[in-house]
Design a protein. Structure first.
Length: 363
């Protein structure tokens, strides 16, 4: 009897709507159409470092299309090349890549499908260079991955953020307040830009455009003078004032990307209130943007990406991520993806369009 091809799937980094939809697409097509065996690696790279995995049957990936999170578990800290090891209260790091590579080889995988953002896919690229056949899939609410126009999870995060902004409008208008909505987006302001535009934000602040307090408060005052006695500010967690700094919420020492942001909205709110005398409140949406069911757009995107990944496995197109360019599915080299985040270009058409409508970007 011909030996079945076997593939592995792992999910790394933060959870994000659509991960289960993409796991389902890869596994169902691999089992159903290609008669492959599918191994689910548990908790991201922890699973390959510590041999934690399980076989995924068709029934395991059935009924998970709309489910949030990841059925495989994930990790934002596990990195085989810099694996955090605690001895008592002391934290150290070990290079466990050789052990990891041995573990993966033992599994006899035709391909390891790595679902993640720039951190996960950066590690995937290193494993590929070390001889592991890898295909990546673009997961992140932040939409900040090179090699693709869009990542799954982004549309879901934008729609949750936009709904939040819509709801905030009620209080802003009724009580004549300045309301600030802080959304995720560490280095890139895609969520703030898109949800800000979708929610009709008056001021949108993103990491790519350091803001000037005077311009923000002038905008608020000008709106008040015109009879608009409220303003909505949408700010990315990674935004910062000109010449100033980001607001760090915590440092996760175990992580290769240890800085966690949050709270810039409160800093901004206090300053706006002090300067304008207008009551200003802040809401931080944070992890709400990562939770729950993916939008239909993300389900469709995840299904297409997952199906294409299996075709690429058949074609032995390893060392690539499935991406989207001009509405078509493409193979993007992991080398390109691993170069760092894709930030919002300052001449992005959406920034231009919003500016032309009078939206302030704090500059
Ligand atoms: O990368 C996704 C992301 O949601 C970022 O926007 C955010 O900065 C970070 O994860 C938050 O991570 P954590 O879940 O560790 O707080």
């Amino acid at each position: 009897m011909k030996k079945k091809k076997r593939i592995g799937i792992l999910t790394g980094g933060g959870d994000c709507p659509g991960i289960n939809a993409v796991i389902r697409a890869v596994a169902k097509k691999a089992i159903n159409e290609k008669d492959m065996e599918v191994i689910g690696i548990e908790d991201g790279y922890h699973g390959v470092v510590n041999d934690r995995y399980r076989k995924l049957e068709y029934s395991d990936v059935s009924g998970i299309l709309t489910l949030g999170g990841t059925i495989l578990g994930t990790s934002k800290t596990a990195n085989p090349y810099r694996y955090a090891v605690k001895k008592g209260s002391k934290l150290g790091f070990q290079d466990l890549s050789q052990k990891t590579i041995r573990n993966i080889k033992k599994l006899d995988l035709t391909c390891l499908v790595c679902i993640g953002g720039d951190g996960t896919l950066g590690i995937a690229y290193r494993l590929f260079k070390d001889g592991i056949p890898i295909i990546g899939l673009p997961k992140t609410i932040d939409n900040d991955l090179r090699g693709t126009d869009i990542t799954f999870g982004f549309d879901s995060a934008v729609s949750i953020a936009a709904e939040g902004i819509d709801r905030i409008h009620t209080t802003a208008e009724s009580l004549h307040r300045i309301m600030i909505v802080e959304v995720m987006g560490h280095k890139a302001g895609w969520i703030a830009l898109y949800s800000g535009v979708a929610g009709g934000g008056d001021i949108i602040l993103i990491p790519e455009i350091p803001y000037d307090m005077n311009i923000i408060t002038e905008k608020v005052k000008e709106r008040n003078k015109k009879g608009k006695r409220f303003s909505i500010v949408v700010i990315a967690e990674g935004a910062k004032p000109k010449g100033g700094d980001i607001v760090i919420q915590r440092i996760v020492k175990e992580s290769s990307d240890p800085i966690r942001l949050g709270g810039i909205g409160f800093v901004l709110g206090e300053q706006i209130e002090k300067i304008t005398g207008l009551e200003t409140r802040t809401v931080v949406m944070g992890h709400l943007l990562r939770g729950g069911s993916p939008t239909p757009f993300d389900r469709i995107l995840a299904t297409g990406l997952g199906s294409k990944a299996v075709d690429m496995i058949e074609d032995k197109k390893f060392g690539y991520m499935v991406g989207v360019k001009r509405n078509s599915l493409v193979a993007a080299p992991l080398k390109e993806v691993a170069k760092g985040p894709k930030v919002v270009p300052l001449n992005h058409p959406m920034i231009k369009a919003a500016r032309s409508l009078g939206t302030c970007f704090g500059d």
